[in-house]
Design a binder for this molecule. Structure first.
Ligand SMILES: NC(=O)c1ccc[n+]([C@@H]2O[C@H](COP(=O)([O-])OP(=O)(O)OC[C@H]3O[C@@H](n4cnc5c(N)ncnc54)[C@H](O)[C@@H]3O)[C@@H](O)[C@H]2O)c1
Length: 292
């Protein structure tokens, strides 16, 4: 009898979590915080969120001029006071925490965090690790701190921007690629149901392919010849021949993934096509790894 009760309890819990994680997310009355929103994919994503009914957005960026310009343009387009700008460097622990506090003080709540800010510069490898990996990690923890239902929040969703080179190797950007693998792996582990069950905050990962933005124009010069004299040349040739999608295609994917992505899911958006979710080795192979 006890066994049957336990079965019913497990069934009820799994139905509860699958409903919570698969029901379409409604943007109405939601507040978002987006890092790196002054230009490129982040700016397009904010525009798309507002188009889809989000109530307000905090735009966090290290570039004060572009951040203020973008905020002004967004407020002109979508209505006064829809966006506030917070000038912060996400690799600074204090500045990033203060950005979240400013956002909460202004909007009172938080529902969506998009950890989008990142950059490529293989000659500045320590800094890209601090921004792309550590900054995204802190942004995820801050998102949980302010949105977790067990810490006074009302639940929510965090989307971390990885890259297709977080899945496949990128010989011309080895350090950048590693930071994006970090983001992906961290999001998958924290996206486990055991965390969702406690916090009710979905953790999602999006991996764009090459995308035309301010940051990707001069990308060959951001590679490094230090350990191979030909890399910049190889990168320049690769970029010349590459097919680049638009930032607005990635922004559409951001909205789709936020709306429908199950907790812990990883998505690819490339070549201007709609996003698709990818699978990783399932429990069977994890078991094999665990028992090696
Ligand atoms: N463009 C691509 O081809 C491409 C492909 C795959 C993934 N991505 C990822 O998409 C995201 C956005 O890329 P993008 O091409 O739009 O870049 P972008 O350079 O056009 O914009 C990045 C924004 O982040 C801001 N930023 C950079 N460092 C920051 C910091 N320390 N603190 C706060 N803000 C900071 C910049 O000022 C800028 O506004 C990044 O995570 C990037 O890795 C881009």
């Amino acid at each position: 009898m006890q066994y049957i009760n336990l079965l019913f309890l497990l069934l009820a819990l799994s139905v509860k979590y699958s409903l919570l994680t698969t029901r379409e997310f409604d943007f109405k009355d939601k507040i978002a915080l987006v890092t790196g929103g002054a230009e490129g994919i982040g700016l397009q994503a904010i525009s798309e969120l507002l188009q889809n009914g989000v109530k307000g957005v905090t735009l966090v960026d290290i570039n004060a001029n572009k951040g203020q310009e973008a905020t002004k343009a967004l407020n002109e387009k979508f209505g006064k006071s829809k966006v506030i700008f917070v000038h912060a460097d996400i690799s600074s622990e204090q500045q990033f925490e203060d950005a979240f506090k400013t956002s909460i003080n202004h909007w009172k709540v938080l529902d969506i965090v998009i950890n989008n800010a990142a950059f490529v510069d293989e000659n500045n490898w320590r800094m890209i690790i601090n921004v792309n990996a550590v900054g995204t990690l802190q942004g995820t923890f801050l998102g949980l701190k302010y949105m977790s239902k067990n810490m006074g929040g009302r639940g929510g969703v965090i989307l971390n921007m990885s890259s297709i080179v977080g899945i496949i190797p990128a010989p011309i950007f080895p350090v950048y690629s590693a930071t994006k693998s970090f983001v992906l792996s961290f999001g998958r582990s924290l996206g486990d149901q055991v965390h969702y069950g406690y916090n009710e905050v979905r953790i999602l990962t999006l991996c764009p392919g090459l995308t035309r933005t301010g940051g990707s124009v001069d990308i060959a010069n951001l590679t490094s010849n230090t350990f191979n004299p030909h890399i910049i040349e190889i990168a320049a040739e690769f970029i010349t021949n590459a097919v680049m999608q638009s930032a607005s295609n990635v922004a559409n994917a951001v909205v789709h993934v936020l709306r429908t992505g199950p907790n812990g899911s990883v998505w690819i958006v490339k070549d201007g096509e709609p996003p698709f979710q990818i699978d990783f080795p399932g429990n069977g192979s994890s078991q094999k790894i665990n028992n090696r």
